[in-house]
Design a protein around this ligand. Structure first.
Ligand code: MG
Ligand code: MG
Length: 274
């Protein structure tokens, strides 16, 4: 019946959005726990174990573990690694590193997915700025996720903000996605492109938005482990992600502890960007 047409985007009832919030909150809490645990000397495997224990103790299931054979509860991507880094007992974090932690969990069949890049000890001003720009670009994307908007309004908001901040490499070929009864659902959400294209957003649709921004060029390589994506020039990268629901009152950020209130207030006041 839908032959030749774009696949439908899953629409959740208000009750289902509440279940999505439970999954999202668990992911958000897990990332807070890991953010506090990041310090020089800890291994990415220790972070992974913390995450798995917290998710399971809270009644959730780690969604990454076993996903196409992935072995971790988190993706742990350090420095020039952009996404999909595999937790490793031999990978010790050192001061000056940045680690991107991506985490997903399932609660009662519903998925949450979020990521954050965390400094390890003191990092350079250039890296601090990369993290700020990437996180702020995520919130510009989320703010564009309103009922009645088009899908690529989010893509454009992300790209326009990053371009206004400097000559960063905006990673292509990886991006956001629909989320709900599966982690990765239609449609894909690029982190670049013109506004005004793609499906119209409706209340009850849920998406994960996830810009990846490089200090250098945008080009990427995949390592021989079949997972880890790195920058082609070896310069460092950042990745921030949240899952959100389109609601009649605007975007509800399911993986943010405060559902996004503080960030949206900052954007509205114009104090989030410089
Ligand atoms: Mg993710
Ligand atoms: Mg995702």
């Amino acid at each position: 019946m839908f032959r030749g047409r774009k696949p439908a985007i899953q629409v959740k009832s208000p009750q289902q959005v509440e279940l999505m919030r439970a999954a999202g909150l668990l992911v958000g809490e897990t990332l807070e726990l890991l953010r506090e645990a990041v310090k020089p000397g800890i291994t990415t495997m220790e972070l992974d174990e913390l995450a798995e224990r917290h998710i399971r103790d809270s009644g959730g299931v780690p969604s990454f573990k076993g996903y196409h054979g992935f072995t971790g509860t988190i993706c742990a991507s350090v420095n020039e690694e952009i996404v999909h880094g595999i937790p490793n007992a031999g990978k010790v974090l050192r001061a000056g590193d940045v680690i991107s932690i991506d985490c997903g969990a399932i609660v009662e069949g519903w998925h949450g997915d979020a990521a954050v890049t965390v400094p390890v000890g003191e990092i350079t001003a250039e890296l601090r700025r990369l993290l700020e720009v990437t996180e702020t670009s995520l919130w510009h994307g989320l703010a564009a996720g309103r009922a009645g908007a088009r899908l690529t309004d989010m893509s454009h908001a992300i790209e326009a903000y990053i371009r206004s901040q400097g000559p960063y490499g905006i990673v292509e070929g990886y991006g956001g996605h629909g989320i709900g009864t599966e982690m990765h659902m239609d449609p894909l959400i690029p982190n670049h492109g013109a506004a005004g294209h793609g499906p119209v957003l409706r209340s009850g649709m849920c998406f994960a938005v996830e810009p990846m921004v490089n200090l250098g060029i945008k080009e990427t390589l995949e390592l021989d482990d079949g997972w880890t994506v790195v920058t082609a020039d070896g310069r460092f990268s950042a990745h921030f992600e949240h899952s959100f629901a389109v609601t009649p009152d605007g975007p509800r950020v399911l993986t943010a502890l405060d559902e996004g209130r503080e960030w949206f207030a900052k954007l509205e006041a114009g104090t989030a960007s410089r």
